[in-house]
Design a protein around this ligand. Structure first.
Ligand code: AHR
Length: 662
């Protein structure tokens, strides 16, 4: 089929193509009266992983990198341009990282000796720069201990790439003990690559820690919150769930560096920074400055889920480190702390304020429960070691919290030995919801729209938890593009997810987002830099499905059969009992437009409806920072004449037809 799509021959000024390029007429039938199954509110959601600078440097709006001097190289991200290191006497000043052992969680800070205030500055480079916007307000905070009272003022400035000052504030450090200070400043210019420059008045020594700058304008105006532009795109998708914090980051390269949610809650400054596992994962895409400050931690993930109307879905380590790395195992006899983490997390999310972990949540500002219903045991583990550990978790969770649904994993691929074994064992165990991952070619996606047609309706429900069509090979391949062929192929496949909503209860594209200059894995649904975020064509496909998921699945057939690629067409249909609409999704993967007639039986429909079309002429087309909405939905009024809808579906298009039921 790929050849049919790609082969294009220009003949006599007309674009014609391979054997399926000729115009087709297809008649489809929708039975509006007959609900096949209810669509779960969770059907289409989000997979968040701290990969590609998605948390620090991305969603978490902190602009200072290594704010608490806790990176392995404690001054990474900080520059002292004027320090003359050759002679101690001539140094204008020097910053020395200090590591104290008496304070258990926040051991590091920076001691600065200033000899020549005119000559000394310490500069933070941000996350590949800092994005500042003209007239926007920025909130600075820091901790300082001005030991001998010698430092009269700390001057904090944004500087542009030519070192011009584009915003300034100052702090008078009044105490010789550690004290928190804050100040606000306004940027006088928009700059994508700003830096934070700190200078001093007076000579002597001062200790600094937790040097932090956030834009005031964050999502929901939360102090030290999340990037508003990025969350807005997530919110607009109307996601059914938010899975966090990964992905392989859950597992860790070793058990010691697995994601431990308890280290991500409580006072932000007490959350201990650690290296992000993606920092060194791929030799060709090393990001030595990738760490996790946990400023975006489990409380913030739950809060974000609530904010965007998504059911939270935390995934926890099951005592197995990433099997692509060390594959370290926690012995079954030593699994208790891992299981306890899962039980405590449920208490953190749902427990009363009088329970120990419920109190932690409440003290952080959320006395009401987060209403956790789903929990994942392991990410994409495989083999008997996983099944053995899953059983232990299942027993412990179900005996204490029988109403929590457990998500289990079927490994890293959608077929093969690991998958077959995992599925077979999980079925025997009556697993409730099994996570499947597929990073495959666009062709695979088109050819697998029928994947779930024969899944056992009485077996485990499916969470299509990580998928994305790969334009090149899977993995962190720079050739993997968010191109239009990938996006519409995913749409074709997603009609199959929707048609099988009886068995597929959740699905999410992965990974979610990537920093333009600091990514490890492509493709990704959103791309951002320090000033801008763009939705890819894949994002708009996800959004169209999610925002139009409906409440009831209907059948849509051609000659009594589902449309799964005949004439390069794919279709699914739902109705939404809240908005009283019939919603038909049609994907045309052919190189030419196709005429479609839909016989809508069983309900009277209003004559005016809406047609949303997502299309682009070239398979390689992509949204970019300069053309962010090149491929984006176009909405038009649709006029229904009689009971049959007539549509002309453009070549390579995803179409949503919405008609009101009267
Ligand atoms: O989405 C990127 C990675 O792909 C995830 O961390 C992992 O679960 C999968 O292998």
């Amino acid at each position: 089929m790929k050849n049919n799509i790609i082969a294009k021959i220009v003949l006599g000024g007309l674009l014609v193509s391979g054997i399926h390029g000729f115009a087709q007429k297809t008649t489809l039938e929708v039975n509006i009266d007959k609900t096949v199954t209810k669509i779960k509110p969770t059907m289409f959601g989000l997979f968040f992983e701290d990969i590609n600078f998605a948390a620090d440097g991305g969603l978490y709006a902190e602009m200072v990198k290594n704010r608490s001097f806790e990176f392995d190289k404690p001054l990474m991200g900080w520059d002292q341009p004027n320090t003359k290191r050759s002679s101690l006497n001539k140094q204008s000043g020097v910053a020395t990282p200090i590591k104290e052992l008496k304070n258990k969680t926040n051991t590091n800070f920076c001691r600065i000796l200033i000899n020549d205030p005119q000559g000394y500055a310490i500069i933070n480079e941000g996350f590949r720069g800092m994005g500042v916007k003209k007239d926007a307000k920025y909130n600075l905070s820091l901790k300082a201990a001005n030991h001998d009272g010698a430092i009269k003022k700390i001057i904090i400035q944004f500087i542009d790439k030519d070192k011009n000052v584009i915003g300034e504030t100052n702090i008078v450090p009044t105490s010789d003990e550690w004290k928190n200070y804050s100040a606000q400043f306004v940027a006088t210019q928009t700059e994508a690559k700003a830096k934070l420059k700190i200078t001093f008045e007076g000579t002597g020594t001062i200790d600094l820690d937790m040097i932090s700058v956030f834009p005031e304008d964050t999502w929901k105006n939360r102090k030290n919150g999340l990037r508003k532009d990025i969350v807005q795109l997530l919110y607009d998708m109307k996601p059914g769930f938010l899975r966090f914090p990964g992905g392989c980051i859950v597992e860790g390269r070793t058990l010691a560096d697995r994601y431990q949610w308890k280290n991500s809650v409580g006072n932000v400054e007490d959350r201990k920074t650690m290296m992000n596992r993606w920092n060194v994962e791929f030799p060709s895409k090393q990001t030595p400055d990738y760490f996790q400050s946990f400023g975006l931690g489990f409380y913030e993930y739950f809060q974000l889920s609530e904010d965007i109307g998504a059911t939270p879905l935390p995934i926890l380590s099951c005592g197995m480190a990433c099997q692509y790395n060390t594959g370290e195992l926690a012995p079954i006899a030593e699994l208790d702390p891992y299981v306890q983490d899962a039980l405590d997390l449920i208490e953190f999310a749902n427990g009363g304020v009088d329970t120990p972990w419920g109190k932690v949540r409440s003290d952080m500002g959320h006395p009401k429960p987060f209403n956790l219903k789903l929990i994942g045991v392991g990410n994409e583990q495989w083999g008997p070691d996983y099944i053995e550990r899953y059983k232990v978790f299942e027993k412990a969770i179900k005996s204490k919290y029988p109403n929590i649904t457990i998500v289990s994993g079927s490994g890293p691929s959608p077929d093969g030995e690991f998958f077959d074994y995992g599925m077979q064992e999980l079925k025997k165990l009556n697993a409730e919801l099994v996570d499947e991952h597929y990073y495959k070619s666009p062709q695979w996606f088109r050819e697998n729209a029928t994947r779930y047609d024969n899944y056992d309706r009485k077996g485990p429900k499916i969470f299509a938890g990580e998928y994305a069509a790969q334009s090149g090979s899977s993995g962190p391949n720079p050739r993997n593009k968010n191109n239009w062929e990938c996006a519409f192929s995913e749409a074709a496949f997603m009609t199959g997810l929707e048609r099988n909503a009886e068995v597929v209860n959740l699905c999410s594209y992965a990974p979610l987002m990537a920093h333009e200059e600091a990514w490890q894995w492509a493709p990704d649904m959103l791309w951002f830099n320090n000033l801008q975020v763009i939705g890819t064509a894949n994002y708009y496909v996800q959004k169209l499905f999610s925002a139009n998921k409906g409440t009831d699945l209907l059948t849509i057939t051609k000659d009594g059969k589902a449309l799964t690629g005949q004439n390069n067409l794919y279709a699914s249909a739902v109705k939404d009992m809240n908005t009283k609409e019939v919603i038909v999704k049609l994907v045309n993967t052919a190189t030419t437009a196709q005429e479609v007639t839909i016989d809508l039986k069983g309900s009277k429909l209003a004559s005016k409806g809406t047609l949303i079309t997502l299309t682009s002429p070239d398979l390689q087309d992509e949204n970019t920072f300069t053309e962010p909405t090149k491929i984006s939905p176009i909405e038009s009024e649709y006029k229904l004449k009689g009971e049959k809808a007539q549509l002309s579906l453009p070549a390579y298009s995803v179409n949503i037809l919405k008609l009101k039921m009267e």
